[in-house]
Design a protein around this ligand. Structure first.
Ligand code: CDP
Ligand code: MG
Length: 832
């Protein structure tokens, strides 16, 4: 006996009659659903389900009851007025027309691959179709659908949308989970989460017990986590024959995925878009009459990298690009254009620009173009907030009666997020400044104009994402097409690419998968922590395997830093590093900073190394900028200079004078703010490991000990080390592998003689020679004690390696003394 709302009774009667004949064995009564009718499932992702006290029969009864209740709720909603309206909207989406085909394909195949234009309803509809069909067949309470998203923001926004479409609150049937945040109830059967979260679940639950469907969205992005997950799931499928895997994407090399999963069926959802007119930089300049002015920061345009990536592209020299821009300028009749070409080039280099040009173009659109929202693709949130600040000072863009200025990026608040889906009032133009998140994962419906800067940067700091900061790089042709397509959703649109045609021609067709272009160290750690066996064997089964050499390098590196032992097993340090989703060297620094109670400066350093260099150096004020930096740089360390600059900013910020402080000292306020928020994130991550004391006074006991800080920096950056060889004039730098190297001219160490024998550095970059970026000077004893790892196993190896540098220390007495000192240190750390 179930109490039903009026009007539904008849339908449920029908279902009852139909299903009672197939009811699970052991169910004999339907009791009044007073016992709240739900089964205990895992509350969090990491806790295992509570052991159930119910008998099997009672359990089945509860499942049955709850499923029926879900069916009733769904029907009630679909019959309601609001529900009908939403259903109507849903039916208008292209995905809805394919509903039956999709469901039957999923029913008949373990793996299905679905592609379709952005906005056709993949993300919001397909998980819902599955859920609804499970509920319709009274299996609702037994299904558990997990849909992964590459970014936290899309997991959150999609789950909200789907809950709303189902007339529910978030946390009822639909929930989400991202790192450090989530809404999920006992009755959540459809969970949107980041890929990292699903990987973490696999840590504690190898077989994904209870999960019925895994949907991986946006597989075309080919992030490291997604590729990794695919290998793990491919292994899991034979063990869980009833588990269904659905891969979804906007632009998809479907064949590749299909053959990876043994010729899995591919479905395509046909869509429709209006034509979009394309303008390249040449046309934009001509049309708007914009005048390029030399920008004060010349940067590397990343052109070399672009051609390296895409060897087939018609190769153009930098000078040819310059002349293309010049031709464009000439065509636009800029007679007084006489700027040096290098500098003029950086005007369209979206790393440092483009703000003026974008502002100009937006102004042009506002004044001359038909109504319609504008979507601007920028590289990252720091660019976005800087541009927003600038635009707010503009007479039109800053006027809220004329323009609704919004942003859309990975770290926006959910309240802000909802605004981007709203239509602007009549006469008000909506402008959305977005990262590549708006390329495929978030659809803004009323866009008519798209401005594309041509570059993209991943700024995701999500769990298990191992590259907290990638530099902006050119997008692919496919991405450019996606961006263009955003303009044609409601009517014919316009797309402005802020780069010349010849640069577009050199774009790669597809973005290289992350697994092939980024270091694999963190991935290797994950493989080990999931106990997936031999690293190289595991990676050889990837969709596209990374080069063997890259894998070997990563393993070797992890051994040298003490995260893996000789036999490729995780060490204690390694286990901590797997809990810290960042480059291992930064994780190492944080671990030691926590252990040695000098955490605050180390948090600043690690955050500072993950954002754009906060020390600015405008061409025309180079000397002033250098002088400003010099006040922070009295101890031969770029890292400690950063700590000082940040602390000064923090003090100024308390008196609301952060901005003046930055402009006086040639610091980027954006970077300072970014460091500030990253510090908090890193602190929380570290807290999760249980290594830090929650009392700042305690964990900062030694924060002012400069020697200790050097030691911790050395511990993190080893084996990034070079020796300082004094010569007549000043000094030369040498590393073991490369011989002579040079310092970036903005390094604090690039000036005086360095009264230390060693530098540890963060990064080596090969331009013509090899340059070192961000270095700290250290003395012999620090290097001996803190270079390498604290792990009993590789102690001998470590001393041997250092021997290459420190032959003179290898006299038996000295080596022995250091060994015993190290042993003491190591015991101290183990005790902690
Ligand atoms: O995943 P896909 O790009 O195929 O589309 P979707 O995210 O499922 O979105 C389908 C449609 O739902 C979009 O075209 C929007 O009209 C609408 N939608 C919305 O209005 N608000 C959201 N938060 C998400 C989607
Ligand atoms: Mg989608």
């Amino acid at each position: 006996e179930v109490i039903l709302p009026p009007g539904i009774q008849r339908r449920v009667d029908y279902y009852l009659r139909e299903y009672v004949s197939q009811k699970p064995r052991g169910i004999d009564v339907f009791s009044r659903s007073s016992s709240n009718g739900s089964i205990a499932t895992d509350e969090g992702l990491f806790e295992q389900p509570e052991p159930l006290s119910h008998s099997k029969a009672a359990m089945e009864k509860i499942i049955w009851q709850r499923s029926l209740q879900m069916r009733t709720e769904q029907l009630t909603w679909q019959e309601s007025q609001k529900g009908q309206k939403i259903l109507e909207f849903r039916k208008s989406l292209p995905a809805y027309k394919e509903k039956d085909a999709i469901l039957s394909s999923i029913a008949n195949n373990q793996v299905v691959i679905i592609s379709g234009e952005t906005g056709c309803g993949k993300t919001t509809q397909i998980p819902q179709f599955i859920l609804e069909s499970e509920i319709e067949s009274i299996r609702g309470s037994m299904c558990s659908i997990i849909c992964t998203q590459p970014r936290r923001i899309s997991a959150i926004s999609v789950s909200e949308r789907v809950a709303a479409e189902r007339g529910e609150l978030l946390g009822e049937t639909v929930g989400y989970k991202v790192r450090l945040e989530g809404v999920k109830g006992r009755d959540t059967h459809l969970l949107f989460c980041t890929t990292g979260i699903l990987l973490r679940r696999l840590l504690v639950d190898k077989n994904l017990k209870g999960v019925t469907h895994v949907i991986i969205d946006e597989v075309h992005e080919r992030g490291m986590n997604e590729d990794f997950l695919l290998i793990v799931l491919k292994d899991l499928l034979p063990r869980r024959p009833e588990l269904r895997l659905i891969l979804m994407s906007a632009t998809l090399d479907a064949e590749l995925f299909s053959s990876y999963f043994g010729r899995a069926p591919m479905l395509h959802i046909p869509g429709f878009t209006y034509p979009v007119r394309t303008h390249f930089l040449e046309n934009v300049l001509e049309m708007t009459g914009y005048r390029l002015t030399p920008y004060n920061q010349v940067d590397d345009y990343g052109l070399e990298k672009l051609w390296k990536m895409n060897k087939q592209a018609p190769r153009k020299r930098k000078s040819q690009i310059v002349s293309a821009v010049e031709d464009a300028l000439r065509a636009a009749d800029f007679k007084d254009y006489s700027a040096q070409t290098q500098e003029s080039l950086s005007c369209w280099n979206p790393d440092c620009i483009g703000f003026n040009l974008v502002e100009y173009l937006l102004n042009y659109i506002c004044q001359n173009e038909r109504p319609g929202a504008v979507l601007v693709f920028m590289t990252g949130w720091d660019d976005i907030s800087a541009l927003k600040e600038k635009l707010q000072g503009h007479p039109i863009m800053g006027d809220t009666n004329q323009v609704l200025l919004l942003t859309c990026h990975g770290s926006m608040a959910s309240s802000e997020q909802r605004l981007i889906f709203d239509k602007a009032e009549d006469g008000v133009r909506k402008i959305v400044l977005a990262t590549n998140i708006a390329e495929t994962s978030i659809t803004i419906d009323d866009v008519v104009f798209v401005i594309d800067c041509g570059k993209a940067k991943e700024t995701s700091y999500d769990a298990l994402n191992n590259t907290p900061c990638l530099l902006p790089s050119w997008i692919s042709k496919v991405s450019a097409k996606q961006r263009r397509g955003r303009a044609g959703r409601v009517q014919p649109g316009e797309c402005y690419h802020l780069y010349p045609r010849c640069v577009y021609d050199a774009f790669a067709d597809y973005q290289l998968p992350e697994i092939l272009r980024t270091p694999l160290q963190s991935l290797c750690l994950q493989i080990k922590s999931l106990k997936l066996g031999s690293i190289s064997e595991f990676l050889s089964r990837a969709l596209q395997s990374p080069e063997l050499l890259a894998v070997q390098n990563a393993i070797e590196y992890l051994k040298v830093i003490g995260a893996l032992d000789e036999n490729e097993n995780l060490t204690v340090l390694g286990r901590y590093l797997t809990m810290l989703p960042m480059e291992p060297k930064f994780g190492k620094m944080l671990v030691l900073g926590a252990i040695f109670y000098c955490l605050d400066p180390i948090l600043t350093i690690v955050s500072g190394l993950s954002v754009r260099d906060p020390f600015l150096s405008p061409l025309e004020k180079k000397d002033l900028a250098e002088a400003a930096k010099a006040q922070f740089s009295h101890d031969y360390s770029d890292h400690l200079a950063l700590v000082r600059a940040y602390e000064g900013w923090k003090d100024a910020e308390r008196d609301l004078a952060g901005y003046e402080y930055c402009s006086k000292n040639f610091l980027s306020a954006q970077s300072m703010k970014a460091i500030d928020s990253l510090r908090k994130e890193f602190y929380l991550l570290l807290k999760d490991t249980g290594l830090v004391d929650s009392n700042p006074t305690t964990y900062n006991t030694w924060s002012y000990d400069e020697h200790l800080l050097r030691a911790v920096i050395c511990y993190g950056l080893y084996p990034g080390i070079c020796s300082v060889v004094p010569n007549e004039k000043s000094f030369a730098l040498k590393t073991m592998e490369d011989g002579q190297v040079l310092l970036y001219s903005n390094s604090v160490n690039a000036r005086d003689k360095i009264p230390y024998p060693w530098l540890v550095f963060n990064e080596k970059i090969k331009v013509n020679s090899i340059f070192l970026r961000d270095s700290t000077a250290v003395c012999d004893s620090v290097l001996l004690l803190f270079g390498g790892s604290f792990s009993k196993v590789d102690m001998g190896g470590h001393i041997k390696m250092l021997g290459g540098y420190l032959e003179f220390f290898m006299s038996p007495g000295v080596a022995e003394m250091y060994q015993s000192l190290r042993r003491e240190l190591e015991e101290l750390i183990q005790m902690k």
